[in-house]
Design a protein around this ligand. Structure first.
Ligand code: ZN
Length: 119
């Protein structure tokens, strides 16, 4: 169990490390939100940042999800490969990409086709 005060120094060190990580993560999250503050590339509508998504133009070039990027440089690198689209348009792009892959049995879609939805 350990008496009062045991391991306190270690806990303090640990929490300051955690604080450092938390701040670094916050900076990345804030940067990502700033980059999302633009109209959707597909439909041209503007939405709050949480509605906007980064869509990798070429899925084969994707190394990490933006939301899982912990480091600033990594986020910037991934962002350069992405278009900013709203969640509706992202869903349509994903649908088209998936069906393109199935139909043509290729790794990466070249041109997304017109959505064929709601039959
Ligand atoms: Zn859109």
């Amino acid at each position: 169990m350990g008496g009062p005060g045991s391991g306190k120094g270690q806990a303090r060190l640990y929490s300051s490390e955690r604080e450092k990580h938390r701040r670094r993560r916050l900076r990345v999250v804030q940067f990502i939100a700033e980059q999302k503050a633009k109209p959707c590339m597909d439909c041209g509508n503007s939405y709050p940042p949480f509605v906007m998504h980064f869509d990798h133009r070429d899925p084969t070039q994707k190394i990490a999800k933006l939301s899982s990027c912990r480091r600033f440089a990594q986020a910037v690198r991934e962002m350069a490969k992405c278009d900013v689209v709203c969640s509706n348009c992202h869903a349509i792009r994903t649908f088209n990409a998936k069906h393109y892959l199935i139909r043509h049995q290729v790794v990466a879609p070249a041109e997304p086709e017109q959505p064929r939805l709601f039959h």
